[in-house]
Design a protein around this ligand. Structure first.
Ligand SMILES: Cc1ncc(COP(=O)(O)O)c(C=O)c1O
Length: 476
C-alpha cells in the first residue's frame, strides 16, 4: 500500500488516530489530500518529503496546464505598445493586478500593486526610494530577512538613524511593552520607517499586526514583510493598513518563480523618490532637455518590460488558493505544526536529554508552520546542521539549514554576541572578505546555524511522520 494512503488509514491507536484526536479540525481539509493525489502526485511518485515551504511553495498540475493553454493558444506582444497582441498582454497584466488586490482585500482606491521580480525586489524599491534623511529613522526588528536588513544601507547612507528592536530567545517574540518605547523615538518632522515581518522566516513567530496602527500613530510609515506570512494566512488589507507589503508569488503557490509584488498605499508611494528612470517608468524623457517625467504608479516603479508571459500565472495561482480556501490551508498547517512540535519535544536520548532544541514558540498560538531547531547529542552539544542536512538528503527529506537569510534572529537564538561578532569582523584578514566557513571558524564552539523545516499548502501527515521518524533515528 502506498505510504501516504497507509498513514491516512484511521486505525485504532495508530499515530494518525491520535493525531486526529488532538487535531480534529484536520479532517476538514480532506479536500487537500484529494488535491495532493490529483494535482501534486509527483510528490509521492518521486517519494519526496518536501519540508521547505518557507523556501518555496509547490505548484499544482492545473496551474501549469492553464499556463500552457494560455501560451499555446494566445499571441502576446510587448505591453509597451497598443497593437492587438500588446493589448492582449496589457489586459492580462491588469487582470492579474486586480486579482492581487482582491486576494488581499485591498481597495484600489487605497492600494497599488507593483510587480517586481520577488519580495527582495519590492524591498529594494522601498529602500532606494524612501526619503531617509538626517533626523529620520529606520527601525526594524532583529527578526528580519536580509532583504529588509539591507535597507539599512540606504538609511545610513542618507544620514538616518538605524535601530534594531530585539526579540527574546528562546521563544523569539519582542517584548510588546518595549515596542512603544522604540516607536516613541520617532521625530514626526522627519521620515521614519518601521519594518517587521508578519511572520518570521526563522521562528514562524507572527508579530502583532496591531503594531501597524501604533506605529502610524507615532509618526512611522510601516513596511510589513508578508513574504513568509502570505502563503498560509489571510492578510486582509481592509482590516490593517501597512504602507508597504512585499511578497513573492512562488512562496504562495510555487509557479511562477521570478515574480513578486510591492503592494503599497497610494499615500505612502507619493513620498517615495525614484533614484532613476527606465523604459516604462516615464511619460516623457528628453536627452537634449535633460528632463524626465515619471508616470503614475504602478508604472513609475516597474523598470523595463514586465514578465508579461508569466504574470497571468499569478492570477491562476491566486485563483487556485482561493478555490481551496486560505482558512482551510491555515488550519491544516496549524494542525501539522502542532503535531510536529509536541512530538519533537518528546524525543529524548537514552539518558533523558532532549534531542531537539526549538527556537521559537512551542505551541501553535500566533505562529506559522516553520520550525527552526538544532539537534543536540547525548552530551548536550549541538550536532552540526550540515550533518543533519546530509542525513536528511539521504532519505529524500528537503529541509533547510544555515541562518535562512535571517542573521538577527539566528544570532539571538544561537547566543552569538555582538562582542564575538566584532572580534571576528575586525580581524585584518576579515576586513574585505569573509566566507561562511571562515565565519563558522570564528565562532568556533557555537552553532553558526540551525535546521529549518516548514509545512505548507499540500503537506500531509505522512510528511510530518517521515520527519519525526528521521529525527528518532538520530537518538543516541
Ligand atoms: C520573510 C521573508 N522576507 C523576504 C524574503 C525574500 O524573498 P525572495 O527571496 O523571494 O526575494 C523571504 C524569502 O525567504 C522571506 O522569507
Amino acid at each position: 500500500m502506498r505510504l501516504d494512503l497507509w498513514f491516512n488509514q484511521v486505525m485504532p491507536n495508530s499515530p494518525y488516530e491520535t493525531f486526529l484526536e488532538h487535531y480534529p479540525s484536520y479532517s476538514s481539509s480532506a479536500v487537500i489530500d484529494d488535491l495532493r493525489r490529483t494535482s501534486y502526485s509527483r510528490l509521492d511518485r518521486t517519494r519526496q518529503v518536501y519540508l521547505d515551504f518557507t523556501g518555496g511553495g509547490l505548484y499544482a498540475e492545473s496551474q501549469i496546464a492553464a499556463q500552457n493553454k494560455m501560451l499555446l493558444e494566445g499571441v502576446f506582444g510587448n505591453p509597451h505598445s497598443s497593437n492587438p497582441t500588446s493589448q492582449a498582454s496589457t489586459l492580462r497584466i491588469a487582470s492579474a493586478r486586480e486579482s492581487v488586490l482582491r486576494f488581499f482585500n485591498a481597495s484600489p482606491d487605497e492600494y497599488v500593486v507593483i510587480f517586481t521580480s520577488n519580495a527582495s525586489g519590492a524591498l529594494k524599491l522601498v529602500g532606494e526610494s524612501y526619503p531617509f534623511a538626517k533626523g529620520g529613522h529606520y527601525l526594524l526588528t532583529f527578526d528580519n530577512h536580509n532583504s529588509v536588513n539591507g535597507i539599512r544601507e540606504f538609511a545610513l547612507a542618507r544620514g538616518a538613524g538605524v535601530t534594531y528592536l530585539p526579540v527574546l530567545p528562546p521563544r523569539m517574540r519582542a517584548d510588546d511593552a518595549r515596542v512603544d518605547e522604540f516607536l516613541s523615538k520617532a521625530d514626526p518632522a522627519h521620515p521614519n520607517l518601521f519594518a517587521y515581518p508578519a511572520q518570521s522566516n526563522f521562528s514562524a513567530v507572527q508579530h502583532p499586526l496591531e503594531w501597524i496602527e501604533r506605529a502610524h500613530a507615532s509618526g512611522w510609515d510601516v513596511l510589513l514583510d508578508a513574504a513568509a506570512f502570505a502563503p498560509t494566512n489571510v492578510l486582509d488589507l481592509s482590516a490593517v493598513h501597512p504602507d508597504f507589503v512585499p511578497i513573492s508569488f512562488y512562496k504562495m503557490f510555487g509557479y511562477p518563480t521570478g515574480i513578486g509584488a510591492l503592494i503599497a498605499r497610494r499615500a505612502a508611494l507619493a513620498k517615495l523618490h525614484r533614484p532613476w528612470f527606465a523604459g516604462g517608468t516615464i511619460t516623457v524623457a528628453s536627452v537634449q532637455g535633460e528632463k524626465h517625467y515619471l508616470a503614475d504608479a504602478p508604472a513609475a516603479f516597474e523598470d523595463g518590460t514586465l514578465d508579461y508571459l508569466n504574470i497571468p500565472a499569478v492570477e491562476t495561482g491566486l485563483d487556485h488558493l482561493r478555490s481551496i480556501g486560505m482558512d482551510l490551508v491555515h488550519e491544516r498547517v496549524r494542525c501539522l505544526t502542532g503535531w510536529l512540535l509536541e512530538n519533537m519535544l518528546e524525543i529524548k536520548h537514552a539518558n533523558g536529554l532532549p534531542l531537539i532544541k526549538i527556537y521559537g514558540p512551542v505551541t501553535t498560538e500566533k505562529r506559522g508552520g516553520t520550525i527552526a531547531m538544532n539537534f543536540v547529542n547525548r552530551d548536550g552539544a549541538v550536532i552540526d546542521h550540515t550533518y543533519i542536512e546530509e542525513r536528511a538528503n539521504q532519505v529524500n527529506i528537503s529541509l533547510r539549514t544555515g541562518c535562512f537569510c535571517n542573521p538577527g534572529a539566528g544570532e539571538l537564538a544561537l547566543g552569538i554576541t555582538s562582542g564575538e561578532l566584532a572580534t571576528c569582523f575586525r580581524r585584518p584578514d576579515h576586513e574585505q572578505r569573509l566566507t561562511y566557513d571562515e565565519f563558522r571558524l570564528c565562532i568556533d564552539g557555537k552553532a553558526s546555524g540551525a535546521v529549518r523545516i516548514s509545512v505548507g499548502l499540500v503537506s500531509n501527515f505522512a510528511d510530518v511522520e517521515a520527519f519525526l521518524a528521521f529525527a528518532r533515528g538520530l537518538v543516541q
